[in-house]
Design a protein around this ligand. Sequence first.
Ligand SMILES: [Zn+2]
Length: 87
Amino acid sequence: MTIIVYYAGLVLMVLVDVLVAAWCIAASRREAETPFVCPNCGEVFYAKWYRLWWGRRLSLTMQGKAKLKCPRCGKTDLCRWMREGAE
Ligand SMILES: [Zn+2]
């Protein structure tokens, strides 16, 4: 009996992990649909969703900016996130 409870708990933990990962990927993909503006050359570009992972997502939510490499001038700087309603 104990072993069944143990395995049930293990499966549940894995399931929660998978759900959390899926949610994070979905959220990052949605955020990647919003373009960024380079502060150096004004280029508007889209970041790959996997670049908006964890730390960057936090700074996005907190200040609407993310440290990204501009595809035009190649500089890594805080790029403004053109989310709806902002300016
Ligand atoms: Zn640039």
